[in-house]
Design a protein around this ligand. Structure first.
Ligand code: NAD
Ligand code: TYD
Length: 357
């Protein structure tokens, strides 16, 4: 892998992945990456070029940003030719379930059609492309009851337009392996949290609202369960799959960290009260407001990650307590980043949809 195309690198996980990979090279470990990264991003509301603005200067010749839409086939073909792309790590997606419920079109376009275009280009350049790694989600499996875990063999049963579009893209990636022998791998991961996550997802939204003394909207009864993973653990897993994963295989990635939403929110309230007590706000737990449930809200996600643990010797390194402390500190220390993402298109969209929730 000399010329790695990363799609959606200006989003939450893509940013963390690029930072992780380039810092690995710096530390010179045997798992390092010595090639260059070409980050292609459309810069939707969720893509933030500020996230990686220091990379070109810090890693001269090792990092390039190209503003493009993965659905634009001629533009993507030119990028793949111009940079002699020989590996692809595909993050670009519309990623928020709530948005997919009110406006599913972009989800089908980017997640299904965009992935299809990339696969077609990989097929066309199959002599050069060594690996196509597709990043996916545990949400493709639908909802669990109180018992059991998602394994790589769990049948797909998506509930939202987001998860259905990701399921569609996963099927296409597997079909390109079976039909055209493309060197693909897939990873299906549970809920991530950490720095650079757009404040529409549960954890950053709650941090920022709690700091500001605003309402903390918990959907339904707050007892839905998610399996949380610190984003850098996910990035290590992706790189492990990209360097040692078997072609055609899927690897489930999770934190073995099941939490009910209400417990996550209460924990965050307590940490923020401790870090920045505010007499006017009082206990942040008082800000919790139970609101109307999300339609089709999956009750429980939990990943069985035995395959990646055994086969690739990957394990999460961060506990939820340490990861959450780090994440809250990051949001407290990066006020300029927060202000920029809160001031733009995102805010207008949220105001239109939720009346400035
Ligand atoms: P994100 O929304 O933060 O970032 C998505 C990025 O893709 C943005 O930079 C955006 O500008 C870019 N993008 C969107 N449409 C594009 C297009 N047509 N062309 C080029 N770029 C485009 O998402 P994220 O949370 O970083 O998720 C990244 C990937 O990981 C997604 O495929 C998602 O399904 C998957 N995933 C996310 C989680 C999670 O908890 N966030 C968990 C498992 C899997
Ligand atoms: P989210 O971060 O949107 O991730 P996903 O829907 O992909 O799991 O939501 C995580 C959980 O938190 C999910 O059960 C929905 C719930 N939730 C709330 O209760 N309130 C909120 O404001 C948000 C954004 C999510």
């Amino acid at each position: 892998m000399n010329n790695l195309l990363v799609t959606g690198g200006c989003g939450f996980i893509g940013t963390n992945f690029i930072r992780y990979l380039l810092s690995l090279a710096e530390s010179g470990g045997k798992q390092g990456f010595s090639g260059r990264i070409i980050n292609v991003d459309k810069l939707t509301y969720a893509g933030n070029p500020d996230n990686l603005s220091d990379m070109e200067a810090r890693y001269p010749g090792r990092y390039h940003f190209v503003h493009a839409d993965i659905c634009d086939l001629p533009a993507m073909e030119k990028i793949i030719d111009d940079f002699s792309i020989d590996a692809i790590c595909h993050f670009a997606a519309e990623s928020h379930v709530d948005r997919s419920i009110v406006a599913p079109d972009a989800f089908v376009q980017t997640n299904v059609i965009g992935t299809f275009h990339l696969l077609e280009l990989a097929r066309k350049n199959s002599k050069r492309i060594e690996r196509f790694h597709h990043i996916s989600t545990d949400e493709v499996f639908g909802s669990l009851g109180e018992q059991g875990f998602f394994t790589e063999k769990t049948p797909y049963d998506p509930s939202s337009p987001y998860s259905a579009s990701k399921a569609g893209s996963d099927h296409l990636v597997r079909a390109y392996r079976r039909t055209y022998d493309l060197p693909v791998t897939l990873s299906n991961c549970s809920n991530n949290y950490g720095p650079y996550q757009f404040p529409e997802k549960l954890i950053p939204l709650m941090i920022l609202n709690a700091v500001a003394g605003q309402s903390l909207p918990v959907y339904g009864d707050g007892r839905n369960v998610r399996d949380w993973l610190y984003v850098e653990d996910h990035c290590r897993a992706i790189w492990q799959v990209m360097t040692a994963g078997r072609f055609g295989e899927t690897y489930n990635v999770g934190g073995r960290c099941e939490m009910q939403n209400i417990d996550v929110v209460e924990k965050m309230c307590d940490i923020i009260d401790r870090k920045i007590p505010d007499k006017k706000i009082g206990s942040r737990r008082q800000l919790i407001t139970f609101v109307k449930d999300r339609p089709g809200h999956d009750r429980r996600y939990a990943i069985d990650c035995a395959k990646i643990e055994k086969e690739l010797r990957w394990q999460p390194q961060e506990s939820f307590d340490t990861g959450l402390e780090k994440t809250i500190d990051w949001y407290l220390q990066n006020k300029a980043w927060v202000q920029r993402v809160q001031s733009g298109e995102y805010q207008q969209w949220m105001d239109q949809q939720y009346g400035g929730r």
